[in-house]
Design a protein around this ligand. Structure first.
Ligand code: NAD
Length: 273
């Protein structure tokens, strides 16, 4: 199973399918990530606020997998950049992860009331120049936040990581990303299970002899998005990665797309301060 690589606007590449660890408890993270690496995932999505970077780092160290074969993302928490601590925050994350650099560093939320995210963006540009992160990007940014970054920054974010699943597709944000050369990552790609029982998903799963989760992962992959479903169950960790042996028809993709219903599970970016 070769996971496709997506080329970013800074010339680097990222495995399209990864593994997310939000809500994986700190004391389980090492085992869960070790399981994911064993199955073949090479792209891990964590964040300072998840509190599990140390476990992720231990799993990486014990795996023996060469660093250059891994793609590790972490994220800058809001309270750190509000306090002007962006550079210290990445250094702390690197220490916890046991790494010299991450592949991707994201501003986790814009928390836009005081526009402190703009200073954070300038700090990310410097951290990239210093080699502590290969790529820099944002998360939960709306088009008007991207516009402000474009006015103030010298680089375009490589990534905008947003909530995106069949029940919330954020087409305007996807189009805003695309028109700026920013790749979209889908967070909570499975809607945390909320759409597993929806008819087009169940029908496609039956037709292909796969699970609803596998159908949704294909729906994302076939539309070119980067995603990292989360599970702590070994069988699900494995089956969520076993998605390269079947293909959804255009009609199946379209029927799932039609499930859109503004089913936001997280915060709205403009009201998260
Ligand atoms: P998800 O959509 O990946 O759903 C995960 C849940 O779905 C699991 O807890 C489990 O209950 C269920 N599940 C997974 N695989 C299954 C299977 N094969 N069969 C049945 N049930 C299954 O949810 P998520 O963890 O919220 O999102 C994935 C990742 O996105 C996170 O771990 C994190 O890395 C990232 N994320 C980022 C942000 C952000 O603000 N940037 C916010 C949320 C999540």
């Amino acid at each position: 199973t070769a996971v496709p690589e997506i080329t970013l606007n800074d010339g680097t590449t990222i495995p399209q399918l990864g593994f997310g660890v939000w809500q994986v408890p700190a004391d389980e993270a090492q085992d869960v990530v070790a399981e994911a690496l064993k199955v073949g995932y090479r792209h891990i999505d964590t964040a300072a606020i998840y509190g599990n970077e140390e476990g992720v780092g231990r799993a990486i160290a014990e795996s023996g997998i060469p660093r250059e074969e891994l793609y590790i993302t972490t994220k800058l928490w809001v309270s750190d950049f509000k306090a002007g601590q962006t550079k210290e925050a990445l250094r702390t994350s690197l220490q916890k992860l046991g790494l010299d650099y991450v592949d991707l560093y994201l501003i986790h939320w814009p928390s836009p009331e005081d526009e402190k995210y703009l200073e954070a963006w300038k700090a990310l540009e410097e951290l990239q120049a210093e080699g502590l992160t290969r790529s820099i990007g944002v998360s939960n940014f709306l088009p008007h936040h991207l516009d402000r970054v474009a006015e103030v920054g010298t680089k375009t974010p490589a990534i905008n990581q947003i909530e995106l699943h069949p029940a919330l597709q954020q087409r305007q944000v996807q189009e805003a990303n695309e028109s700026r050369g920013i790749k979209t990552q889908a967070w909570s790609p499975l809607a945390q299970g909320a759409v597993f029982g929806d008819e087009p998903i169940v029908k496609a799963a039956e037709a292909h002899g796969v699970s609803p989760a596998q159908v949704i992962i294909r729906w994302h992959l076939q539309q070119g998005r980067i995603l990292f479903p989360k599970s702590v169950t070994p069988e699900r960790i494995a089956s969520n990665f076993d998605v390269f042996g079947f293909e959804l028809s255009d009609a199946e993709v379209d029927a799932i797309t039609a499930l859109e219903r503004d089913g936001r599970t997280g915060m709205h970016p403009d009201s998260f301060n």
